[in-house]
Design a binder for this molecule. Structure first.
Ligand code: F6P
Length: 319
């Protein structure tokens, strides 16, 4: 591999810039040429690439978003779109591509590898829904944002002796709700992986208020239901009227935490080294402190196991 490109794709996440920086600077360090692709796979199809140097990635490690911008590209889901993307890379003599994104972005990288381009996937998503890595880039920051919001909500909820339903992101994965719930002492955590009964949730809230609780936080991952619906059910069931906060895209912005910057730097450098060793179609991850490359095929066909132990811990501590 002599020349590589890097792109960000799908929903953005904090730390993507740190990952781009790591890919560019490591590639240059090892003597490779490196190109940035603008707007994900759409930019690839449109040949929207620019050569990167050390300064192109200066002053970005601390920024949220992605300087390369991102897109969800329908055209690239077709074999014609994929061939066009591969051809753009071949025409430019680029033989390796680092894709930073989530599940959908990985599928694209897998297709390109079958067309002869060496690819590496970096897990860039706040959802933490990519298996074979303990954490994805952006997750730590998103959880911190949720915890910070709940701290603020607690102040006003306690003053008014109210309860609060907080809806967080996570279409298929409850990890943001789980980690933020445990870290902020939420009373109830509703996630798509675990069935729940809202009548029981309401009853528990009522009992807790009777036994001296002054406020309560119910955290719901968007994949488990809408915050408004959860609150309505509780009101119908027991008369308590929780206030609803939907945190939405706030969770995807802002400066990445040091954990996300470190993770992005490690994985970005690892991806470049993997390409130089001739590896392709791998997802770069970190498991118990160790850098690992796992076949993208395996990654996209495996559901990340839910951390039941942590869920039970949160339950035990939330009485
Ligand atoms: O990045 C994943 C995610 O944050 C999901 O949890 C959420 O449902 C989705 O992105 C929303 O993204 P968008 O509004 O960009 O489609």
């Amino acid at each position: 591999v002599k020349s590589i490109a890097v792109l960000t794709s799908g929903g953005d996440s904090q730390g993507m810039n740190a990952a781009v920086r790591a890919v560019v600077r490591s590639a240059l360090y090892y003597g490779l040429e490196v190109y940035g692709v603008q707007r994900g796979y759409q930019g690839l199809i449109n040949d929207d690439l620019r050569q990167m140097d050390l300064r192109s990635v200066g002053d970005i490690i601390q920024r949220g978003g992605t300087i390369l911008q991102t897109a969800r590209c329908k055209e690239f889901m077709t074999p014609e779109g994929q061939e066009r993307g591969a051809q753009v890379l071949r025409n430019r003599g680029i033989d390796g591509l680092v894709v930073i994104g989530g599940d959908g972005s990985y599928q694209g990288a897998n297709k390109l590898s079958k067309l002869g381009i060496k690819t590496m996937g970096l897990p860039g998503t706040i959802d933490n829904d990519i298996p074979f890595t303990d954490f994805t880039i952006g997750f730590d920051t998103a959880v911190s944002i949720v915890v910070d919001a709940i701290n603020k909500l607690r102040d006003t909820m306690t003053s008014h002796e109210r309860s609060s339903v907080v809806e967080v992101m996570g279409r298929h994965c409850g990890d943001i709700a789980l980690y933020a719930g445990l870290a902020s002492g939420a009373e109830t955590i509703l996630v798509p992986e675990i069935p729940f009964n809202l009548d029981e949730v309401s009853k528990r809230m009522q009992d807790n208020f009777k036994h001296g609780k002054r406020h309560s936080i119910i955290l719901v991952a968007e994949g488990a239901g809408k915050g408004e619906d959860v609150a309505r059910h509780i009101t119908d069931c027991c008369g308590i009227e929780p206030r609803v906060t939907v945190l939405g895209h706030i969770q995807r912005g802002g400066a990445p935490t040091h954990n996300d910057r470190v993770l992005a730097s490690q994985l970005g450098d690892f991806a470049v080294r993997q390409l130089m060793e001739g590896e392709s179609a791998k997802s770069c991850g970190i498991i118990r402190g160790e850098l690992v490359g796992t076949d993208i095929d395996k990654v996209v066909n495996t559901k990340k196991p839910f951390n039941m132990e942590m869920y039970n811990l949160a339950l035990r501590l939330s009485q």
